[in-house]
Design a protein around this ligand. Sequence first.
Ligand code: F6P
Length: 329
Amino acid sequence: MEEINKIQRLGVFTSGGDAPGMNAAIRAVVRTGIYYQKEVYGIMRGYEGMIEDDIVKLGARSVGNILQRGGTILKTARSTAFRTKEGRVKAFENLKKNGIDGLVGIGGDGTFTGLYHFSNEFGIPTVCLPGTIDNDIAGTDYTIGFDTATNTAVQAIDRIRDTALSHNRLFFIEVMGRNSGYIALNSGIAGGAGAIILPEEKMTFDDLYQLLGAGKETSKKSNLVVVAEGSKLGGANELARKISERSDYFDIKVTILGHQQRGGSPTYFDRVLASKMGVAAVEGLLNNQSNVMVGFRENKIVYNSYDAVINHRHEIEEDALRIAKILSI
Ligand code: F6P
């Protein structure tokens, strides 16, 4: 790789909700930086650590044995102070003090928005990696952590199916994803859900009622409904309550999967994705790819400008929706 940029000291941080694979990304950034003879510093607790000068030097060995671990060794936070100009000025002064002249941020839309303002105000080159279980980032087919979280949801759904069948029960299972239905859609297909309720879907409550066929001779007594937490029809508790108010045909239970979807050892897919993206982040920075987010589209690493990513939706795949409908009859 021909090196164009004169960056000498890289800073790396994780911000927003943690996601499995963030450690693999940190490891890749640190080792790639060192491979190109740069110094690499870890900024603790995202933007909070930048503001409070909580910055530590990292070596190739300090990121050993983390590839397979969930969470983030750099810790993370959702910073309100960084939203103020005063907070950002402090953060920049600390970076200058530590000689950091290039930044890699790993997180979601909020993280990117922070870096967008920061790089515009202070001119520091930045690259972002999409790290969130939600898979809600435009410019990449997959975010780091989505595959692991979806596998965790599928494992839970499989277990719930065993007990649902044994008791002839209808389960409403709520999965994470904020305003995105990616985890719900994919775990619903993989877990054989009878219905999948997504924020992006225009399904009405009557449609759901019909689909479940409450009280009809032919309808299944035992069934699984996967509900995205951002569903506009209501969450799992609300939907379960509404169905039971209208019909006593089902024995209904609710499971909210919650934060277990955020933890755990990353899958092979997330480890490889994070590793490829981490290398691309540093090589991009050293090649003048400033103020971009690394994405993975159609099996290739791509660089997207922040403008093409921030406040854009990662649309749900229409074909996956169609497949889910066909298979849930
Ligand atoms: O963005 C990741 C995510 O886990 C979302 O799926 C969820 O809505 C949110 O974070 C929960 O945030 P917190 O951990 O701050 O409660």
